[in-house]
Ligand binder design. Structure first.
Ligand SMILES: C[S@@+](CC[C@H](N)C(=O)[O-])C[C@H]1O[C@@H](n2cnc3c(N)ncnc32)[C@H](O)[C@@H]1O
Length: 274
């Protein structure tokens, strides 16, 4: 997206409207979805493995707070932010229902306006492609040094251009198979709202962090297994799923598979220049 404030505003309004509508049905999709649950567990491991107990984390594009409540359950505190007001309402409902006051806080805020967030955090994470809703990751990374403690970690889960599962569908639906390869973004449809999304290679994402960050982890997520929106494959083809899952586990940290898949999990450490 070229730097055109009017266009950027209408894009942001569309994204917010789409996810406002999604908020009411979002958690239900994840119920009885072991594959998606297993993907989330991998993210929790990546987020928490570098933390000491009772760390304070900032979550970007937090959605309904599913992950935030899980990270809190693992002994940390989370400040969860999202663009869509209805997502923030869903987070607040979880805080009430689960009694998470003081350990899970929320703020309606775009990750392109993180100067509105105060505090210094031990880590900053973003799950399941929220960051694919913008064309330029430096509009987010510019704020990270002022939000992180030295040696703080950033864990971002981003959708890459290469997703073997989708590419394998070429004969069935070439549009889906090739959608991630469009450099200028592709139109997403969420709850009847259309907006552009962009796909970033791991190299592009790492470069967006600049020289005060060091890459300490990269792994593909669902490299050969179905994408997270496929809820039935593992039930219909349990043996094939188990085989693909085993291959995933063996390949996901090796180049080039570590930057492929439905998503990759990128972990960066903030090492400020003295
Ligand atoms: C696919 S959902 C992922 C939600 C959550 N992270 C999860 O794993 O379930 C994408 C989220 O990104 C949020 N989002 C999109 N653009 C955003 C922006 N500019 N700033 C903050 N959040 C944004 C949406 O409102 C939505 O909640």
């Amino acid at each position: 997206m070229s730097s055109n404030p009017q266009r950027e505003n209408s894009h942001t309004t569309a994204v917010s409207a789409a996810f406002d509508r999604k908020a009411a049905v979002y958690d239900a999709f994840g119920e009885d979805h072991p594959h998606l649950n297993q993907m989330r567990q991998r993210v929790y491991t990546a987020v928490t493995q570098h933390l000491t107990p009772n760390s304070h984390l900032l979550e970007l594009n937090a959605g309904t707070g599913l992950d935030a409540s899980q990270i809190v359950a693992r002994g940390h505190r989370v400040h969860a932010t999202d663009l869509a007001p209805e997502m923030i309402a869903a987070i607040n409902a979880k805080v009430e229902a689960m009694g998470l006051h003081g350990r899970l806080t929320s703020q309606q805020c775009s990750f392109t306006q993180l100067d509105q967030v105060t505090g210094r955090y031990d880590g900053i994470y973003s799950n399941f492609g929220g960051l694919n809703c913008i064309p330029d990751l430096t509009t987010v990374t510019q704020y990270l040094p002022q939000l992180l403690k030295p040696n703080g970690v950033v864990v971002w889960v981003i959708m890459p251009p290469i997703c073997p599962w989708e590419l394998a569908l070429f004969a069935k639906d070439w549009r889906v198979a090739t959608r991630r390869l469009h450099r200028n973004g592709v139109t997403a449809h969420v709850e009847g709202v259309h907006f552009t999304t962009w796909y970033f290679s791991a190299r592009q994402a790492i470069l967006a962090f600049g020289d005060q960050f060091r890459c300490i982890g990269l792994e593909g997520l669902s490299v050969l297994t179905p994408t997270g929106d496929n809820k039935t494959f593992n039930r219909k083809y349990p043996h094939l799923y188990r085989g693909l899952h085993g291959l995933d586990q063996r390949l996901c940290r090796r180049w080039p598979f570590n930057g492929w898949g439905d998503f990759y999990i990128l972990t960066m450490r903030y090492v400020p220049k003295t």
